[in-house]
Ligand binder design. Structure first.
Ligand SMILES: [Zn+2]
Ligand SMILES: [Zn+2]
Ligand SMILES: [Zn+2]
Length: 396
């Protein structure tokens, strides 16, 4: 069976996360989005593990179900060099064991604990417990593996089980690095809220005989991910080199000359993922290995609706249209990629026009950087044609 899996989210116990990030809300939202398998996130947090136990039914081999949505235990941890790692664990019991093994400085204060251990130590303990581990958002400029190291060997001493691309990179970019040719890539949302512009904004499509931890592990081992679905990397928060305070976009070489100090506001400049990859790249164009699945660019439908009607992405107005479309066509992938435009037109002409722009790649992308998401907008001529005045929507 084909399974859409988002394996990196956070619970209500992580910092700056919605109080709605609880199983009872995530499960129905995941289904509407078209996800069948979701990582619980925060799987080392005592209270969260208890909520998972109370709100789900064990469905065998590391799977916990709630109303037709399957969960697998995942966690993100920060190591002693501030590098973030994503862990996928075989069961709740193992998660409880790992809580005791990891030396944490803030256990249960934050869903994403900071460990007094390095990447290699965290990897060894995770592997000793049959878990899977790889760098989270591997290229971002604050807390990623490639921010700190030029090679995964310097971080782990050996090959990670996977690498999470993060919102600001895609396969085309990462496949310029030779050492990654043997590693499966993951595309996950890192959602901090359950709403459809966050949860499942990136996900992995996999084919499983049965949804279980062992079959997921096997898929990584055999590098059998079917497709990566993700945002255009230009829309990520850290795609270009930019100031972390005023978001002024700066030529990366110039930024280095200026010792990463912003000429506008003198705050710190953050190196863009595009430039960081160019620094560590082996080739100047992608060399996709035989096993690399297609990377399909997708945009949250809610962002498209918000842009079309100039409404906030979390407003009831946007939510209502979103629900009508999902009810009619099944899930977001159907609406964004597969449903004939004529059918969408019969429900909402303007949305059909926007989705046409997305499919034809004629929407304009204004790249993000420094911590600010990129923006999408209509090409000017279409704007004039369809709307009375020019609008620019920030997809934050
Ligand atoms: Zn992180
Ligand atoms: Zn995270
Ligand atoms: Zn600045």
């Amino acid at each position: 069976m084909i399974v859409n899996a988002d394996l990196h989210i956070h619970s209500c116990f992580s910092r700056a996360t919605s109080k709605k990030m609880v199983i009872d809300v995530i499960a129905p939202q995941a289904k509407l989005k078209g996800l069948q398998l979701v990582g619980t996130g925060d799987g080392l947090h005592g209270k969260w593990l208890k909520i998972i136990e109370e709100s789900t039914i064990p469905a065998g081999d590391g799977i916990y179900s709630k109303d037709g949505c399957d969960f697998i235990i995942t966690a993100e941890v920060e190591d002693n060099k501030r590098v973030h790692h994503l862990l996928i664990l075989p069961s709740i019991e193992i998660a409880y064991e790992l809580r005791e093994k990891f030396v944490s400085i803030n256990k249960d204060n934050d869903g994403r604990p900071s460990l007094r251990m390095n990447g290699a130590e965290i990897m060894d303990i995770t592997h000793d417990h049959d878990g899977l581990i790889g760098p989270a958002h591997a290229f971002t400029p604050w807390t990623s593996m490639y921010k700190t190291f030029d090679s995964y060997l310097d971080c782990y001493g050996k090959k990670p089980d996977f690498l999470e691309l993060g919102l600001s990179a895609d396969t085309k970019m990462a496949d310029m690095i030779k050492e990654l040719e043997d590693i499966p890539f993951l595309t996950n949302s890192d959602a901090h809220s359950p709403w459809p512009h966050r949860l499942g904004r990136e996900f992995n499509q996999i084919e499983m005989d049965e949804v279980s931890f062992s079959s997921l592990k096997n898929i990584f081992k055999r590098k059998k991910i079917k497709a990566n679905y993700g945002m255009d990397p230009r829309l990520g928060k850290y795609h270009l080199t930019a100031c972390s305070k005023c978001y002024h976009i700066i030529n990366p070489k110039k930024a280095i000359e200026m010792k990463m100090k912003c000429p506008e506001c003198s705050k710190i400049i953050k190196k863009g993922v595009d430039y960081r990859i160019s620094e560590i790249a082996t080739w100047n164009k992608p060399h996709h290995p035989y096993h690399r699945p297609p990377y399909i660019h997708i945009l949250p439908l809610a962002e498209i609706i918000a842009m079309t009607y100039s409404k906030g992405v979390t407003t009831k107005y946007v939510q209502n249209i979103w629900e009508v479309l999902i009810q009619e066509f099944g899930n977001e992938i159907e609406v964004m990629i597969n449903t004939p435009l004529a059918e969408i037109k019969s429900i909402d002409k303007k949305i059909a026009h926007s989705i046409e722009g997305f499919r034809n790649k004629t929407l304009i992308m204004i790249p993000g950087g420094g911590g600010k998401y990129g923006e999408i907008k209509f090409p000017e001529k279409n704007l004039d044609k369809y709307f009375s005045k020019k609008r620019k929507i920030n997809i934050n």
